[in-house]
Design a protein around this ligand. Structure first.
Ligand SMILES: Cc1cc2nc3c(=O)[nH]c(=O)nc-3n(C[C@H](O)[C@H](O)[C@H](O)COP(=O)(O)OP(=O)(O)OC[C@H]3O[C@@H](n4cnc5c(N)ncnc54)[C@H](O)[C@@H]3O)c2cc1C
Ligand code: SF4
Length: 544
């Protein structure tokens, strides 16, 4: 693929047909559209769809390309690096976060194009961590409301999960039946049963039965590198085509560098974006930033202007602050029997025991852990990076690949103001300041992942694993533009509307006040759907 945008001149790629096109409504830069959205991932893609369906004129920009999975994705770990956000970023602090493939994507559909599809709900109490559990902060939204939007989102994406999920309040069954467990998932199940805790098939956003033009999953295991069959229900093949059908325009290969503020009323008026070698300016009545937890604060800070010298929406000083990851520590072991853990989506079995149990813990947050299935290059990277194995030792270790299994957490990391995203004086190819990400675990975070390593080691041992060892990692991003009820310590209200600028909105993982111990994308999509409904209601009341 060359560097020419595909979505232009009244048409966009048809993600279901090699070489195919679908019609797309297009706007001129001079058209003052109702909403210009920066980013088309879990947050931006969902919002573009729902706002267009509500009748708003929408243009959504993405810095990355518009892929057709059936022709552009290869079952090749190296080739698929093209899905990642690999722009330069500086990482610092006591526990520097690994960037790149590990945390963000750069294409229409965002990080959901290479995510692992695990689709979990926050436990209701986690939305009220301060008032119900005594740590961190509350979300400004009631859990019951989020659970309503979880219902809608799971149904829209046809999440495949168990008839009866063992954790949380009663809920209706998942729309598609659960996937059959692979051998790696059965290892998790054995370990849980030996230790007397519940386990389940993981709710996951890949199909267990045909849906429209998407076939069911064929269990080849390339999910983290882009699903080439379209079984995975990423934003690229769900919200984006639905958004276009409802009248939204998507602009691919369009990097937004700055948001402009009007001189008179302090409202945003346009955004400046780079496409096909030139800077252009799109007018808009409202602008939504949905670039995820690094690029969203980067854009707001870089849009500083005489009216807002510290960056947009930043009168509280909170833009870029309270950056969070999730701890992603693992325990691995070797088994006598063949496991072939590369087969099928990587995390087919889960336990959320430590998200819902408050006894036997020396930390306030929660974690889930899941079965694993790294592909060979990824596994070799882990083994060399974490254990320093090279040469013949590495060859011997890799020879055991088909006999290995592992368990990995998604662990809650608590919000700390000193963990942050900020701008540096260095600039990228487009002249935009490069972000620095500063991160250090707190004491409670360390206690959580140490607890998890001990528990998972016991589980893997009980399941028959030998030569156990543990590895460090982080996953997912959150925070940096937290929502709240007080303009003094948050960036937006519960609708993602910036306190300082009424027609500037945020709609992505950067809104999270806390990250809980579950993967974030279902919550980001449910939140985006809620924000779209709130915007529609505000418009009806003349309060937009
Ligand atoms: C390897 C991996 C596995 C994961 N697995 C899971 C999982 O199993 N379950 C789960 O829930 N979550 C998972 N996640 C996390 C999940 O994918 C993200 O949390 C989610 O996609 C974030 O949504 P978002 O809308 O905030 O940002 P994204 O989905 O990342 O979308 C942001 C988009 O904005 C674009 N953008 C940013 N800045 C600009 C700009 N200035 N101009 C134009 N475009 C811009 C980017 O190109 C990108 O496409 C995984 C992530 C990774 C990396
Ligand atoms: S295992 Fe399923 S979801 Fe993963 S890449 Fe293959 S078909 Fe897609």
């Amino acid at each position: 693929m060359n560097n020419s945008p595909r979505a232009a001149n009244g048409r966009a790629p048809d993600v279901f047909r090699p070489g195919g096109w679908i019609p797309m409504r297009c706007h001129d830069d001079e058209d003052e559209v109702d909403f210009a959205i920066v980013g088309t991932g879990a947050g931006g893609g969902t919002l573009a769809c729902k706002l267009a369906e509500a009748g708003f004129s929408v243009v959504a920009f993405d810095a990355g390309p518009f892929w057709r999975p059936l022709e552009d994705f290869a079952s090749d770990e190296y080739h698929q690096q093209k899905l990642y956000w690999l722009g330069e970023r500086i990482t610092g602090g006591d526990d520097p976060v690994q960037l790149g493939s590990n945390n963000s994507g750069r294409s229409v559909g965002g990080s959901t194009v290479h995510f692992q599809m695990v689709s979990l709900r926050f436990g209701p109490d986690r939305f009220k961590a301060r008032s119900r559990l005594g740590y961190a902060v509350d979300w400004p939204i009631e859990p019951e409301e989020m659970w309503h939007y979880y219902d809608l989102t799971e149904d829209a994406l046809k999440i495949a999960g168990p008839v009866s999920y063992p954790w949380g309040p009663p809920r209706r069954r998942y729309p598609y039946r659960q996937h059959e467990l692979n051998a790696a998932g059965l290892v998790l199940a054995r370990g849980c049963e030996a230790l007397g805790i519940k386990w389940a098939a993981t709710p996951i956003a890949t199909l267990s039965a045909p849906r429209g033009k998407s076939p069911p999953c064929v269990y080849r295991g390339f999910c983290k590198f882009g699903c080439s069959t379209n079984a995975k229900q990423s934003a690229l093949i769900t919200w984006i085509p639905w958004a276009i059908k409802a009248g939204a325009e998507i602009r691919d290969l369009a990097m937004v560098g700055r948001i402009e503020v009007g001189r008179r009323d302090g409202k945003v008026t346009a955004l400046h974006y780079h496409r096909q070698g030139e800077w252009r300016r799109q007018r808009a009545k409202n602008i939504v930033v949905a670039g995820y937890a690094i690029e969203t604060p980067r854009l707001l800070l870089n849009s500083a202007c005489p009216q807002f010298p510290d960056g947009l929406a930043n009168s509280s000083g909170m833009v870029g602050k309270f950056f969070m990851v999730q701890s992603n520590h693992a325990v691995y072991g070797t088994f006598d029997e063949e496991i072939r853990w590369y087969k099928a989506p990587p995390s087919l079995a889960i336990t959320e025991h430590w998200n819902y149990t408050q006894t036997g813990k020396d930390f306030p947050g929660g974690y889930a852990y899941m079965s694993q299935g790294p592909l060979p290059i990824e596994w070799a990277d882990t083994v060399t990076g974490q254990r320093g194995l090279w040469g013949i030792e590495l060859r011997h270790e890799m020879a055991k690949y088909n006999h290995q299994a592992g368990l990995k957490i998604v662990g809650e990391v608590l919000p700390q103001e000193k963990n942050r995203v900020e701008l540096t004086d260095e600039t990228d190819d487009l002249g935009l300041p490069i972000p620095r990400i500063v991160f250090a675990y707190g004491e409670e975070d360390r206690k959580l992942y140490q607890h998890a390593i001990r528990f998972m080691s016991a589980a893997l041992d009980a399941a028959g694993g030998k030569d156990l060892w543990s590895a460090e990692d982080t996953a997912h991003l959150g925070g940096t533009c937290r929502m709240g009820t007080d303009p003094a310590n948050s960036v937006t209200n519960a609708d993602g509307r910036c306190w300082d600028i009424a027609n500037l909105w945020i709609c992505d993982g950067s809104l999270f006040p806390t990250v809980a111990g579950v993967n974030p994308s279902l919550t980001i999509q449910a939140l985006a759907w809620r924000i779209a409904d709130r915007i529609r209601d505000l418009a009806r009341r003349g309060e937009l």
